[in-house]
Design a protein around this ligand. Structure first.
Ligand SMILES: [Zn+2]
Length: 254
């Protein structure tokens, strides 16, 4: 379910990074103010006893795994049929990935959320309703979508917080980025939209990754929303192939 997201190439990222410096500079006081405000009110979404450390509010694309690092990101689950298949595949190839979960899915399948965490993968908040027009909604709506999903995912995981926020369809706003960042969730973009959601065929998914990998290291796949056979088969080919080409797999920067 991609819309415009991260596929703007390195130039777009440089501009984004430059903008981010300004946003961060002005954002610091907001975070301070929020930190003060929580003294008077109980935290809404934090796991009990765990302090939340704000992160940068710019949209992340780079990999912690360095120059040859690739970030596998898997959206819209967890799904009882497909998430276990993908978890098996990732384990087989010793690959860690980032799972961008929808709040209700996490709430419905807490066992799967715990399995994702136990396997060493990271969690990402993908909102409650997956509204790809989030950027057209009120700030109150956006806040509720992000904070409710954060709470649902954290509860389902047994207290492990999502470390990123990915707006449905990439529909970020300055407000949603700042709010997520203040909750320790780095806004997460992507560089390669495999369009696996449109069922283009395994070959096409593999070809898209091969063609667009020069755009950047964050790849977008899905583990829910329909028959994900093509996604699984594409990953089964891509993971060993990319390893052979000297790539390593890691997590997006925070
Ligand atoms: Zn999605």
């Amino acid at each position: 379910m991609a819309r415009h997201g991260g596929g703007r190439g390195w130039y777009g990222k440089m501009v984004g990074a430059a903008l981010g410096v300004t946003i961060l500079a002005t954002g610091a006081s907001v975070w301070t103010a929020q930190a003060g405000a929580t003294d008077d009110a109980p935290p809404r979404a934090a796991a009990p006893g765990k302090a939340v450390k704000p992160v940068e509010a710019t949209i992340a694309h780079a990999s912690e795994a360095g120059k040859r690092g690739i970030n596998i990101t898997i959206d819209d689950g967890p799904d009882p049929k497909w998430t276990p298949v993908i978890l098996d595949l990732l384990r087989e190839h010793e690959v860690k990935a980032t799972f961008c979960m929808v709040g209700g899915q996490a709430e419905a399948h807490p066992d799967l959320v715990k399995k994702v965490v136990a396997a060493g993968h990271r969690l990402c908040d993908h909102s409650v309703s997956h509204n790809t027009a989030m950027d057209k909604q009120s700030e109150a709506y956006q806040s509720k979508q992000i904070l409710d999903a954060e709470r649902m995912i954290t509860k389902a995981s047994g207290g492990v917080r999502p470390m990123y926020y990915r707006a449905p369809g990439g529909a970020f706003t300055p407000h949603s980025r700042q709010l997520a960042a203040s909750r320790g969730m780095r806004p997460l973009g992507w560089n390669v939209d495999t369009k696996d959601f449109e069922l283009p065929g395994t070959e096409a998914i593999v070809a898209t990754v091969e063609r667009e990998l020069p755009n950047g290291p964050t790849l977008l796949f899905h583990d829910a929303g329909g028959d994900r056979t093509q996604t699984v088969e594409a990953l089964r080919r891509l993971l060993p192939q990319l390893k052979e080409q000297g790539y390593t797999f890691g997590f997006p920067v925070r």
